[in-house]
Design a protein around this ligand. Structure first.
Ligand code: VG1
Ligand code: CO
Length: 543
């Protein structure tokens, strides 16, 4: 086998964000762009000779081309074995599962997750380490530094691998295995949840709808919900992965999964609805006429975790990202387990799970997961809810309302201002930062600020520190406003404003969310001058 050496020059913009490197497809299609980043990853890993690498993506436009390039570079780098999902497909949680099960050295995931796809959409790549989780910041930073100093890369001159046929082949000293992308993952799910109980519940007439949003989870949902749990075929919506996700945003929320949400709010709607994102790590849970916020979902899964056989012994702890509501904290307190607060992004949960400090993790951005893998996991959350519902035999709405009665309700919303000019967004954040000191003690109507800071995190396991992870303003009654700029967007800047208010009084648990948070929404603008800086009257997306 011949290996070609190709001269290249560095790109200056290959710094991974919240979750890998994300750029417009056209950026990735530039000569050497993908190759440079892949080489920066391989160089950062050191000696990869004989090691196993998992490769797969969410099926978006450019997935197949990228995988052929990565295979040839991995062969040239001397990897011993490549495990590639059939069709180039593997969901993010499935990559994590396969890395762990097959004791791989790491994996490359081709995805821009919830960002739109197609020739005019986004592409992305991220590296996952040996524990199956996203590379921590010290690794992504090393990759970025390396990307700025590349002069040449090596690529094997081998024919393209047939991605659509299961089986083994060889190139140089590398064994290339095309694997079933679903089997290992589906087996893991079956080992955690009471499939017999869920099957019985569905057979008894419990109606489920799952929207795969034309992204990666279609084949997974078909195997698990239809084949293994005997749900009717028509429980699946948009179940065929398409390179452009059918033109939509594969982001499971009230705005982008509207078709499903509308269905769930009809009087004759199904009992349970769920959706997942581009790469299968996010989940949205909706009951009949009841949307479950992701923050509440984490708390409710925690409170009911012993319903699932894989968690019957209870949980060791919970971790949530800082902007996620404090609903989980209240449950953790009652259970007598610790609750950790980390910066946004799943990479911060890995150490806590490896050190056995937490079992469940969650983010407000429709991400929930546990230590069964080291990624957030969309279908896992769906199955956890189905398991709870099959055991408790109540409606989603009854479980949610019962939870609020017991623990109080954390009203929660996120307002996103998308594609704001970068300078304007930076000016807003800078001004906020400089006003932090003067904010504490200030009163806005019935709300008094008791703490305002720029969130810093020190990892309790390896001592690493992350600064400037979001500006938080905390009020006397534990209400919060958090401001941060997205690290996954590819156009301009996205300002995220997170709002939360706790309501203990059961007679006030049925207000519409935006109305319940109206005062805080106004205060958020007062404090940060959102309209003044961005020129926007209202957010683009409210979740
Ligand atoms: C967003 C979410 C964050 C999530 C990240 C990756 O990041 O807020 O909670 O971990 O996306 O999710 P940001 O920096 O844009 O706010 V995924 O499913 O897009 O990989
Ligand atoms: Co995702």
């Amino acid at each position: 086998m011949h290996v070609k050496t190709i001269t290249t020059t560095p790109f200056s913009d290959q710094k991974p964000g919240t979750s890998g490197l994300r750029k417009a497809v056209s950026v990735f299609q530039q000569a050497h762009y993908l190759e440079n980043f892949v080489l920066a990853v391989f160089d950062t890993l050191g000696n990869v000779s004989g090691k196993t690498l998992v490769i797969g993506g969410d099926g978006r436009y450019y997935n197949r081309e990228a995988i052929q390039i990565i295979i040839k570079m991995a062969v040239a780098a001397g990897f011993g074995r490549l495990l590639v999902g059939k069709g180039g497909l593997l969901s993010t949680p499935a990559v994590s599962c396969v890395i762990r099960k097959h004791r791989a050295f790491g994996g490359l995931v081709l995805s821009a997750s919830h960002n739109p796809g197609g020739p005019d959409g986004d592409f992305g790549i991220k590296y996952n380490i040996q524990n199956g989780g996203p590379a921590p910041e010290k690794v992504t930073e090393a990759i970025f530094q390396r990307s700025k100093a590349l002069a040449k890369y090596r690529i094997a001159e081998t024919p393209d691998v047939d991605l659509d046929r299961l089986g083994k082949s060889e190139a140089g000293s590398t064994a290339i295995e095309i694997i079933d992308p679903v089997a290992d993952y589906a087996d893991l799910m079956e080992s955690l949840f009471d499939f017999a109980a869920i099957r019985k519940h569905i057979a008894a007439g419990f109606r489920v709808k799952f929207d795969a949003m034309h992204a990666i989870t279609g084949p997974y949902a078909r195997e698990i919900l239809v084949n293994r749990l005997s749900a009717p075929q028509d429980c699946l919506l948009n179940a065929t992965p398409l390179p452009d996700f059918g033109g939509g945003h594969p982001d499971p929320n009230l705005v982008h999964a509207k078709e499903l949400v509308d269905m769930m709010f009809r009087a004759d709607g199904p009992d349970f609805g769920a959706a997942s994102d581009g790469d299968g790590d996010r989940n949205m849970i909706v009951g009949k006429q009841m949307f479950v916020t992701p923050s509440d979902s984490l708390a409710m899964i925690a409170a009911n975790s012993t319903c699932a056989p894989g968690y019957s012994k209870g949980i060791r702890g919970i971790a949530r990202s800082m902007p996620t509501s404090q609903a989980a904290d209240v449950v953790a307190k009652k259970l007598g387990v610790p609750c950790f607060e980390t910066p946004t992004g799943w990479k911060f949960f890995g150490n806590l799970m490896d050190a056995d400090k937490v079992t469940l993790c969650g983010e407000e951005s429709f991400g929930t997961g546990s230590d069964h893998v080291r990624e957030k996991d969309g279908l896992w959350a769906v199955l956890f809810w189905l398991n709870i519902l099959a055991v408790r035999r109540q409606s989603v709405a009854d479980i949610v309302r019962g939870h609020w009665r017991e623990y109080g309700r954390h009203y929660y919303t996120r307002h996103d201002y998308e594609e704001v000019e970068a300078e304007k967004a930076t000016a807003l954040i800078n001004q906020l930062r400089s006003s932090l000191a003067s904010l504490t003690g200030r009163r806005y109507g019935r709300f008094r600020i008791v703490l305002s800071d720029d969130f810093s995190y020190k990892d309790s396991v390896d001592g690493s520190e992350s600064h400037q992870q979001g500006i938080r303003v905390i009020f006397e009654d534990s209400s919060r406003i958090v401001y941060r700029l997205s690290g996954t967007g590819t156009k301009g800047a996205t300002l995220r404003v997170y709002l939360e208010r706790f309501e203990a009084d059961n007679s006030r648990h049925d207000q519409p969310t935006q109305a319940a948070l109206k005062e805080l929404i106004d205060i958020a603008d007062d404090i940060a001058g959102i309209r003044r800086h961005t020129g926007r009257d209202q957010p683009d997306v409210i979740t």
